[in-house]
Design a protein around this ligand. Structure first.
Ligand SMILES: [Zn+2]
Length: 911
C-alpha cells in the first residue's frame, strides 16, 4: 500500500486492512513453524490484537499511570519523517554508510565573560562549532564547552598551499576562509588546533589559551535569528575526538542538548513539522525539508553571512526507520513517556536474579537499562492499541484517571480496540464525565509496539491456566535486549516489582557458510522451507567452486549431487542443535549436507536397533545381575551418555547433545558394541541367553536414545516409535502410543553400579582392541588373513594383575565377554611367557602400553582348526558331527534347536 492510498483510508478501514494482514502473516508463520516441528498450543495462540490481550495491556498501562510512571512531555525523540511518527530505539536500524553534510561554522562573540580575557580580540572573535546536522542551527540555543578542556584563540593566517589544493572534491571552503574577507580570531579546543589546521588548510597561530570554564556566559550572536545566546558548561560528552571542542546545542534536537537545556532552563525549540519540513518558526527556511533542501539552505545562508568555515561530506553511522528504510531525525514533540527513573534501580536489581544465557546478556541489558532515558511510549499511528486519554478541547489538558482507563478497558475487552475509533467520545467516557463529553476529544496516539509485546507476561503467562509468572524462559535474538526483553522487564517491574522471566536465552544471527550476512541481492539466503521440502532440482558438483570440472563443464563431473535436496525438518533441527547459538551461526549447502550425513548415520543406528529387536518382548529381559560384563558395561555407558545429554538440555547447550550423539550413537556404538553383538544376534541362536542379554541391552538403547533425540528430531523419534516391534508400557500400565508419551528416563542407579575397576579395565580392553585391529589390518594387507575371524591373537603381559584379568576374559564361558568375541577373532591365547621362538613364529605383532596394565605384547597368526560354514569361526571341532560335518559344536547345537533357520541366511546375516 503506498502512502497516498493509506492516507486516503479512514482509521477504521486502515485498521481492518492491517488486522487482516497481521492475521494472514500469523497464519503463514504458524504453518511454517508447524512444518519445522515446533510444539506449541497452536489452537490457542496469543495475539496482541485480540481483545483480551489489548485489555490486559491497558491494565498494565493503567497501573503505570496510577503509580505515577506515565507523563506527557515535550522532548526530543527519534522521529521518522517518512512514517510521520516517533520511533523507539528498537525501531531504528543504523546505516554504516550514511553521508551527512558536515560543517564548521563560526558564531561571532558579542560580549566576552567578565574576565576581560578576550577583549584584545574584539570585535572580530568567533566560536567555532562543528555539526553534521546544519538544519538544527536555526534551533541553536547555546554553545557548550567542557570546563576541563583547554581552549585557544587562534589567528587564521595564509592558506597552506598544499592543503588548499589537495582537499577532496566535495570539500568546500566557506566564506570565512575565502580570500577577501577579514579573517576573524577563532576559538577552538587547544588539542584540536593542529588537526583543524590541516583540515581547514590554513595556518592557525595560537594567541591565547585558557580553560573552558572561563567561557561560561560568554555571549555570541545567533547566526540565523540574530539573538544573543550564551556559552554554557556541557558534560563529559564534549571531547577532542572530533569537531572543535565547542558543541552547538539545540535542546529540541538531541538528547544531550536536551539535558543541557534542562540544566540551563533553555526553551526547547524544534521548528520542524511531522513531515520533517521547517515550520514558520524557522523563518526564511519555512517549508523546506530538513533532510534535503532545508539543510542546504541553512548552509548557504551561513556562507552568505560569513559564518561558514568549511563544508564537507561526512560518512558515519546514522539511524534509519526500520520500516521505511529512510533516515530519521531528532525532534521535540509532545509525547507520552514512561519514567524509567521511577523504577530503574528495581529493574537493575531484578536483572541480577534472572539467569542470562549466555551470561554476557546480563551486561548488555544492564548497560542498556542504566544508560537509557525515559521511554517514549506514544506513536502517531492508527494501527495499534490506543493511549486511552482524552484532551480538554480548550485547555488541551489530558484527562486520564483510574476510572477512565477502567471504563475503556472494559469496552476494549469486549469489542477490541477498534471501539476507540468508532465509538463516540461520550460512550468512551465513564458515567461521571458523560455530560461533559463535548468538552473532550479522544487522543489519536497509539502505544509503542514494544509496549504491546512487552505486556505479554500480563496477558499470557500471568493469566493463562497452566502457565507461570514469571515465565521459565524468554527466548529471542540478542537484538531483543533492546526490544522485547527490555520492554517486558520495564512494564513488569513498574507494575509487579518482578522480572517477567526466570531466565532469558539469546541467540546470534544466521550467516552464510562463509560467515557473510544473508541478503537477497547476494543470493546467499537459506530458506528453511527449501531446506525441508527441497528447492531447485539441478545437479551440481559436490565440490562446488573447488571443483576443476565445474569451472569448465559441469557435465563431465563425476560426483554430481542435487543442489537443494529435500532434507526434511529434522535435518534442519539437527543443524540448530549442532551450532553454538550464543554467537552468530553459519549455514549453507555444505553444512546441510554434513548434517544430512549425520542424520542418516543416526537413522542407521536406530534401524539396527529396531531390526535386531524384531522378535523382542519386554518379558524376555535378562535381569541386570545376570548380564555379561560387557552388557553391564554397555548399560553403564548408556546411562552416562543419557545423563550428559540431559545436562545439555538442562543448560540449553544443545551442541553438547549433538556432539555426544555423534560420538556415542554414531561412532562409538557401531565401532564396538554393535560390531561385537552381531555374532550373538545372528549366530548364537535365537533363544540363546547371550542373544537375549544382548537384546536386553539393545532395547534399553532404543528406549533411551529415542527419548534423548526426540526434542531435537521429533519426526525421527516418532517414526521409530511407530515402528517399535514391541509394546512399551508406561508406569501407569498404559501403552505408550507416541514417543512423546514417554518421560525422560529416571537415573538408573543399578546401571551406574559397575565397579570402577571393571569400568577402567574394559576401557583399557577397548583401547587394546584398537591396537589389535591395527595388527589384524596389516595381516589382512599382507594376505595372511581375509576376515578377522581367520585370525588367532596372542597376548602376553608381565603385570600379574593384567595377566589374571586377561585370562579371566579369555576364558569367559558366557560367549559374550570372551576376548575372542570382543576382538572378533576365532581365538585368543594368553601366553605365560614370550620366547624368541614364539616371536619368530608370529609375523604380525605389536605392543600396547598403558600405565594401568603395563606393556602387552600382541601377535596374530592364522586361526587354529577349521572354519565353521555357519558362523565362520575356526574351531577344532568342525567335522566331529556326522549329521553336520561342516559345523562347529555351537552351531550344531543351534541348528538342532531351530531347524527352521537355514545356514545360508544365517551366514548371509553375518556377512
Ligand atoms: Zn559355527
Amino acid at each position: 500500500m503506498d502512502k497516498a492510498t493509506s492516507d486516503a483510508l479512514t482509521p477504521i478501514k486502515l485498521r481492518q486492512k492491517a488486522a487482516k494482514f497481521a492475521k494472514a502473516t500469523v497464519n503463514a508463520q504458524m504453518n511454517s513453524f508447524k512444518r519445522i516441528g515446533i510444539w506449541a498450543d497452536w489452537d490457542n495462540p496469543y495475539l496482541t490484537l485480540s481483545p483480551e490481550y489489548e485489555a490486559a495491556q491497558l491494565e498494565v498501562f493503567g497501573q503505570m499511570v496510577m503509580r505515577g510512571y506515565i507523563y506527557r512531555g515535550r522532548k526530543p525523540v527519534h522521529w521518522s519523517p517518512s512514517s510521520r511518527t516517533a520511533l523507539a530505539e528498537a525501531e531504528l536500524e543504523y546505516s554504516e554508510n550514511h553521508v551527512s553534510k558536515s560543517i564548521y561554522a563560526a558564531f561571532k562573540i558579542t560580549s566576552p565573560s567578565n574576565s576581560g580575557l578576550l577583549d584584545e580580540f574584539l570585535p572580530n572573535v568567533c566560536l567555532a562549532i562543528w555539526t553534521t546536522t546544519p538544519w538544527t542551527i536555526p534551533a541553536n540555543a547555546v554553545v557548550a564547552v567542557n570546563p576541563e578542556l583547554s581552549y585557544a584563540v587562534v589567528e587564521l593566517q595564509s592558506l597552506l598551499e598544499s592543503e588548499s589544493t589537495s582537499g577532496g572534491k566535495q570539500r568546500k571552503l566557506g566564506s570565512i576562509l575565502s580570500s577577501g574577507n577579514e579573517k576573524p580570531f577563532i576559538i577552538v579546543a587547544s588539542d584540536l588546533v593542529s588537526v583543524l589546521e590541516s583540515k581547514w588548510g590554513v595556518k592557525l597561530v595560537i594567541r591565547k589559551s585558557f580553560p573552558g570554564s572561563v567561557l561560561e556566559y560568554c555571549r555570541y550572536l545567533h547566526p540565523v535569528n540574530g539573538n544573543e545566546c550564551s556559552v554554557v558548561i556541557g558534560g563529559d560528552y564534549i571531547t577532542t575526538e572530533s569537531g572543535t571542542g565547542l558543541v552547538h546545542t539545540a535542546p529540541g534536537h538531541g538528547q544531550e542538548d536536551y539535558l543541557t537545556g534542562l540544566k540551563y532552563g533553555l526553551p526547547i525549540v524544534s521548528p520542524v513539522d511531522d513531515e520533517g519540513n521547517f515550520t514558520a518558526e524557522a523563518g526564511q527556511f519555512s517549508g523546506l525539508s530538513v533532510l534535503g533542501a532545508g539543510n542546504a539552505a541553512v548552509v548557504k545562508y551561513l556562507d552568505e553571512h560569513v559564518s561558514l568555515i568549511l563544508e564537507e561530506p561526512y560518512k558515519h553511522k546514522y539511524p534509519y526507520d526500520w520500516r521505511s528504510k529512510e533516515p530519521t531525525i531528532f525532534r521535540a514533540t509532545e509525547q507520552w513517556f514512561a519514567s524509567v527513573d521511577g523504577f530503574r534501580d528495581a529493574a537493575l536489581d531484578a536483572i541480577k536474579r534472572v539467569t542470562w544465557v549466555p551470561s554476557q546478556g546480563e551486561n548488555r541489558i544492564v548497560n542498556m537499562i542504566s544508560g537509557r532515558s525515559d521511554w517514549c511510549i506514544s506513536r502517531q499511528r492508527t494501527w495499534g492499541v490506543p493511549i486511552p486519554v482524552f484532551y480538554h478541547v480548550d485547555t488541551q489538558e489530558p484527562l486520564i484517571t483510574e476510572k477512565t482507563i477502567e471504563h475503556i478497558k472494559g469496552i476494549v475487552s469486549e469489542k477490541g480496540s477498534d471501539a476507540w475509533w468508532y465509538m463516540p467520545t461520550e460512550e468512551l467516557l465513564p458515567e461521571k464525565y458523560r455530560d461533559k463529553a463535548s468538552e473532550y476529544r479522544k487522543g489519536t496516539d497509539t502505544m509503542d509496539v514494544w509496549f504491546d509485546s512487552g505486556s505479554s507476561w500480563a496477558a499470557v503467562s500471568a493469566k493463562r491456566d497452566g502457565l507461570n509468572f514469571p515465565a521459565d524462559v524468554y527466548l529471542e535474538g540478542s537484538d531483543q535486549h533492546r526490544g522485547w526483553f527490555q520492554s517486558s522487564l520495564l512494564t513488569s517491574i513498574a507494575t509487579t516489582g518482578k522480572a517477567p522471566y526466570s531466565s532469558v536465552i539469546t541467540h546470534g544471527f544466521v550467516l552464510d557458510e562463509e560467515g557473510f550476512k544473508m541478503s537477497k541481492s547476494v543470493g546467499n539466503v537459506v530458506d528453511p522451507e527449501k531446506v525441508i521440502v527441497g528447492g531447485k532440482n539441478s545437479k551440481v558438483c559436490c565440490y562446488r567452486n573447488l571443483c576443476y570440472f565445474l569451472v569448465l563443464r559441469s557435465e563431465i563431473c563425476l560426483n554430481l549431487v542435487q543442489e537443494e535436496p529435500p532434507y526434511g525438518a529434522d535435518v534442519l533441527r539437527l543443524w540448530v542443535s549442532s551450532v553454538d547459538y550464543t554467537g552468530d551461526v553459519l549455514i549453507g549447502s555444505q553444512i546441510l549436507r554434513q548434517m544430512s550425513d549425520m542424520y542418516r548415520k543416526l537413522r542407521g543406528t536406530m534401524r539396527f536397533l529396531l531390526a535386531n529387536l524384531h522378535d523382542w518382548k519386554p518379558e524376555n529381559s535378562v535381569p541386570y545381575s545376570d548380564l555379561p560384563k560387557i552388557d553391564q558395561y554397555a548399560l553403564f555407558q548408556l546411562e552416562n551418555v543419557v545423563a550428559s545429554m540431559k545436562d545439555g538440555y538442562d543448560n540449553y547447550q544443545f551442541y553438547k547433545i549433538y556432539q555426544t550423539l555423534q560420538r556415542f550413537a554414531i561412532v562409538g556404538l557401531s565401532n564396538f558394541y554393535f560390531d561385537v553383538a552381531k555374532d550373538r544376534l545372528y549366530v548364537g541362536g535365537r533363544v540363546s541367553y547371550t542373544r537375549k542379554s544382548c537384546q536386553t541391552v539393545l532395547a534399553a538403547h532404543l528406549l533411551y536414545l529415542v527419548r534423548a533425540i526426540a526434542p531435537i528430531m521429533p519426526h525421527l523419534a516418532e517414526d521409530i516409535w511407530q515402528n517399535l516391534p514391541f509394546q512399551h508400557t508406561l508406569e501407569d500400565g498404559s501403552v505408550a502410543k507416541f514417543a512423546f508419551d514417554l518421560k525422560w528416563p529416571d537415573k538408573n542407579e543399578e546401571w551406574r553400579s559397575v565397579q570402577k575397576d571393571d569400568v577402567d579395565f574394559l576401557g583399557v580392553i577397548l583401547e587394546l582392541r584398537s591396537e589389535v585391529n591395527k595388527i589384524l589390518e596389516s595381516a589382512r594387507t599382507g594376505k595372511l588373513i581375509g576376515a578377522s575371524l581367520d585370525a588367532k591373537v596372542y597376548l602376553h603381559a608381565e603385570n600379574p594383575d593384567t595377566v589374571s584379568k586377561l585370562k579371566e576374559l579369555a576364558s569367559a564361558t558366557n560367549d559374550a565377554d570372551a576376548l575372542h568375541r570382543l576382538f572378533i577373532t576365532s581365538q585368543v591365547e594368553i601366553l605365560p611367557s614370550l620366547s624368541e621362538e614364539t616371536k619368530l613364529g608370529v609375523s604380525y605383532a605389536g605392543k600396547f602400553s598403558d600405565p594401568r596394565t603395563g606393556e602387552i605384547w600382541i601377535g596374530a597368526t592364522r586361526a587354529d582348526g577349521v572354519k565353521c560354514e555357519r558362523c565362520w569361526v575356526y574351531t577344532k571341532d568342525v567335522g566331529s558331527f556326522l549329521d553336520h560335518p561342516t559345523l562347529c559344536s555351537r552351531c550344531h547345537g543351534v541348528i538342532d534347536l531351530q531347524p527352521q533357520a537355514s545356514p545360508a541366511t544365517a551366514a548371509a546375516a553375518v556377512a
